[in-house]
Design a binder for this molecule. Structure first.
Ligand code: SF4
Ligand code: SF4
Length: 136
């Protein structure tokens, strides 16, 4: 059976500079798009992948990554910022790993770039006014 699936990969520090994702294509013949990536040598990394094709091969590929220490979650939620509730405290900016939440130096307000969001929900957990929402 074929399926399209989006997953968030979290690479621990000791794996972030290894070409593990290439192995999905080489070993398992998987086709994928890298939707987001935030990877630096010797630091924890994050990547969002869109996988295509055979479900069994996808499971084998993801199992391979888990064995190497990569944490994997399905990307199933949409994140929204409710500007009516936001008082621009900046708490969410500090926890956002992808730069999707940022302070504009012109007006010192917090803005949300949904194209950079990897739906990790860190902002949802830390926002004191629940301005950041996860929609299924
Ligand atoms: S934590 Fe909440 S209230 Fe504070 S800037 Fe972020 S969205 Fe706005
Ligand atoms: S869910 Fe929130 S913290 Fe996570 S990437 Fe998206 S905006 Fe940033």
């Amino acid at each position: 059976m074929n399926q399209t699936r989006k997953v968030v990969l979290r690479f621990p520090q000791d794996t972030a500079d290894r070409p593990l994702v290439c192995e999905l294509a080489l070993r398992f013949g998987l086709v994928f798009n890298i939707l987001r990536a935030s990877i630096s040598p010797h630091r924890e990394g994050l990547m969002v992948l869109e996988l295509f094709g055979d479900t069994g091969k996808q499971e084998m590929g993801l199992h391979f990554l888990r064995d190497k220490g990569v944490e994997i979650e399905d990307l199933s939620q949409d994140i929204r910022k409710n500007d009516n509730r936001c008082f621009h405290c900046g708490a969410c900016v500090g926890v956002c790993p992808s730069g999707a939440l940022y302070v504009d130096r012109q007006d010192y307000r917090v803005y949300f770039d949904e194209n950079r969001c990897i739906a990790c929900e860190f902002c949802v957990q830390c926002c004191p006014t629940h301005a950041m929402e996860a929609l299924i």
